[in-house]
Design a protein around this ligand. Structure first.
Ligand code: SAM
Length: 314
């Protein structure tokens, strides 16, 4: 089911900043690798000339259908491809443009996905423990992880991906409960977390546990780590990469990647002269990550943890 409210409420995060950093060539080609409902593509279209080209990629077929509907009358809109951004090589083979003036990664999930209870992303609604971005593609669900993974593995993902202090306690409560019955629904998981943490920390713990599961189900950090080094090959010289992340784990990966890419030498300091011949591929344009302004936060609470980093292809 398509949650209409999600699509109506959809506000792309830091859209003004993304457009002003990315849209350097008004007749150019732009690729949103996480196009969601097409909010950033729409914002870009308003700045670009009619002959510019806009492309999208998303793992979520329902989001693609909705984005295509929203972009149908946009002159510069080319297509949205259903795939993971890690497949950028074969995706771009299908496009007219092979290199881009701007590439965007707007990580994580959308309000559209969060508000659809049948996707299981939200602890505020009862739904099946699913959490896959790509429902059509099969693969691991949150239900598989909750009912199948060892207690230690559960504790590890809650701690590592959710930074939840009660990770072990919650993992052990899950294992006790699943010996009695299968844990199939978000409401069951919510009850288990409730029994393991103080009430005043409940919402924060629930948010962390649900975040950790979503990251694990979709291999989000591994995918981010594997796509970043591929991107310089798909940017024109002077083209820009913009990445919006929503938690410190993602942001750290992006920050470290860009720092390494900017270096012109990675030789050990004890060597008298450079032998690595490293060629920097990016120049960082945002020394400190940009964050949303107060006006944006007033209208879009979801933007509150967003961080935007931008770099230019050398
Ligand atoms: C924050 S939303 C993007 C919103 C979009 N920029 C807009 O303005 O409408 C993140 C999107 O990334 C998609 N996504 C997550 N991981 C992905 C991956 N590995 N490959 C492609 N899309 C992915 C999700 O399905 C979701 O639609």
């Amino acid at each position: 089911m398509v949650p209409q409210s999600g699509s109506k409420n959809h506000i792309p995060v830091m859209a003004d900043e993304v457009v002003s950093y990315l849209a350097t060539e008004l007749s150019g080609a732009y690729l949103d690798l996480t196009s969601g409902l097409g909010g950033h593509l729409l914002a870009l279209s308003k700045r670009l000339k009619p002959e510019a080209r806009l492309y999208g990629v998303d793992r979520d077929l329902e989001a693609i259908t909705e984005a295509k509907r929203r972009l149908a009358k946009v002159e510069q809109f080319e297509t949205i491809y259903h795939s993971s951004y890690t497949e950028i090589g074969s995706i771009v083979d299908e496009f007219k443009d092979k290199k881009f003036n701007g590439i965007l990664l707007d990580l994580g999930f959308s309000t559209f996905q969060l508000e659809d209870e049948s996707r299981g992303f939200s602890f505020q609604q009862d739904g099946p423990l699913d959490m896959r971005f790509d429902k059509a593609g099969g693969g691991l669900t949150a239900r598989d992880i909750i009912n199948g993974w060892e207690e230690e593995q559960l504790g590890n993902i809650f701690f590592k991906y959710g930074e939840e202090r009660q990770a072990k306690k919650i993992a052990s409560a899950i294992v006790r409960e699943r010996q009695k019955q299968m844990i199939e629904r978000t409401s069951q998981l919510k009850e288990i977390v409730k029994s393991s943490v103080y009430n005043k920390f409940l919402n924060k713990s629930l948010a962390r546990i649900f975040q950790a599961l979503r990251i694990a189900v979709n291999s989000e950090l591994e995918k981010l780590e594997s796509v970043l080094p591929l991107l310089p090959d798909y940017l024109l010289s002077g083209g820009r990469l913009a990445v919006i992340s929503f938690h410190s784990l993602e942001d750290r990966i992006v920050k470290n990647f860009l720092k390494e890419e900017e270096k012109s030498c990675i030789c050990p300091p004890r060597l008298p002269q450079c032998v690595c011949n490293k060629i920097p591929r990016f120049k960082i344009l945002t020394r400190k990550a940009l964050v949303p302004g107060a006006t944006e936060l007033e209208i879009n609470r979801r933007a509150k943890s967003a961080k935007l980093r931008v770099a230019e292809r050398i």
